[in-house]
Structures are given as structure tokens and as C-alpha cells.
Ligand binder design. Sequence first.
Ligand SMILES: NC(=O)c1ccc[n+]([C@@H]2O[C@H](COP(=O)([O-])OP(=O)(O)OC[C@H]3O[C@@H](n4cnc5c(N)ncnc54)[C@H](O)[C@@H]3O)[C@@H](O)[C@H]2O)c1
Length: 247
Amino acid sequence: MRLENKVAIVTGGSSGIGEWTVREMVKEGAKVVIADINEELGQKLADELNQDGKHTVFQFVDVSKEDDIVSMVNRAEAEFGKLDIIFSNAGIGAMHPSTELDYEDWQRIISINLDGVFLCAKHAIKAMQKTGGGSVINCSSILGHVGQAATAAYTAAKGGVTNLTRALAVEYAKENIRVNAICPGYVDTPILDGVEPEMKEALISLHPIGRLGRPEEIAKAAVFLASDEASFVIGANLLVDGGYTAQ
Ligand SMILES: NC(=O)c1ccc[n+]([C@@H]2O[C@H](COP(=O)([O-])OP(=O)(O)OC[C@H]3O[C@@H](n4cnc5c(N)ncnc54)[C@H](O)[C@@H]3O)[C@@H](O)[C@H]2O)c1
């Protein structure tokens, strides 16, 4: 097992990519804190995975609130003794023509999708410094690399995550703390629930592979970056996008 004796936090762990990453990490031997605002789904997942022992706990956290993040890191240390891995995956999607995007909506998207990633890294890295190393994995997007109409706030946030990842990677590499990001293409998760079928078809056509991603395909990339197999991978923004950005 590739994550034996490791302790991880997965934000946004109740659903979609986060849920599948929790499943994969537990399969690989990690103890995992499922951190999310969705208590019902997160607790259900924890109960399912704990049938043969305590592999996970659910912790309520709103990643735009620094106090919640401090409590989340404290919980990982209290339950499992340390913190080795954080996957800062919580995020929200949004499509608005930019001239109709209220400043409040802009701020909400930035505070969850960018500020939350910074705050998670800040407090997770402090915990990792106590044990001499760790792996921070941020969730960016293809929209951290290329633009798309009507996604100004989301794309600005993900572009921020892409370069925040590089800045943190350089800052903490010598402390054996590896910071990387995953940049998924469109993945079939509840974040796309509101997307009309024609729009979904249009999105599929942008991926040379001819389909959307599956959340478990992103989860496997997260496990790789979390594991010691990625010991020389630092500051990477790993595109897992079915070829979206290659064309
Ligand atoms: N699905 C895609 O097409 C796609 C593509 C590229 C990047 N991403 C990114 O992947 C990540 C996961 O998205 P997903 O597709 O699994 O979506 P999802 O909606 O299935 O899961 C997102 C999770 O984040 C949680 N969350 C939302 N706001 C939160 C907050 N303030 N604090 C804590 N938790 C919060 C939700 O409750 C949910 O469990 C996001 O960062 C998203 O931007 C998704």
C-alpha cells in the first residue's frame, strides 16, 4: 500500500473528486480526515469506510474561514497523531457573463477557490514542519492554464492556485514539503449538475479523448502526488485533462 502510516486531509471530501480521493487514499492505507461543509454526505462516507476500523473522520469545515481550517488541522493531529498530506480540493463552480458578475459573487468564488487553498496550505505546512515533511496537493483546473468565457472569477482563482502552488513549492522544498497541483479537465461530478445536456456535449467535444473525466481518474493522480513515488515532483501543475489543453 502506497500511503501506509500516512495521515491525510481531503477538503471537499464529501462529493465528487474529493470523495473518490478519500476512497483511494483509504485503499492505499492512509487515515483520512474528510473535511467539508456537507456533513450528511461526508459522515455517510466516513461510516461506510469505517466498517472494518477507524480509517476516516468527518470534520465540518468552510475553507473560506481560517478558524475552521485551524480546527481541521488540529483534528487530524488529535485523531491520528500528525499530518502528512493535504488535498485542497474544495471548490465551487460558477458561470456568469463578467459584466453581470456581482462583486459579492466574485469575492465568494475567490474566497473558497483561492483564499481557501492558501489558508489550508498555511496551516497544513505548519503541522508538516513538526514532523519534517509532507505533501500539499492543490486542486487547480485546466482553467488555471487557459481561459473560458463567463468564468472570470473561477478562472482567476484557478490561475492563482496554479502560481500559488509554484510559490509555495519553491518556499518549502528544502523542508521536504512538496507542493503540487492537479489540473483536471471537465470531470463528471455534481459540480456539473446544472449544465444543460447540449453544453455537456460541447464540453465533451473539447476533450480529444471524447469523454469527460471520471473522478477516480483524478483521485489516482492525487494518490501519486501524495505518495513517496512522487519524491522529486515539486511545483508541478499536473494536467489530467483527456488532452484538453494539448490541442
Ligand atoms: N468537475 C470538474 O469538471 C472539475 C474540473 C476542474 C477542476 N475541478 C475542481 O475540482 C474540485 C472538486 O470539484 P468536484 O467536481 O468534485 O465538485 P463537487 O461539487 O462534487 O465537490 C465539491 C465539494 O466541495 C465542497 N465545498 C464547497 N464549498 C466548500 C467550502 N466553502 N468549504 C468546504 N467544502 C466546500 C462541497 O460540499 C463538495 O463536497 C473543485 O476545486 C473544482 O473546482 C473540477
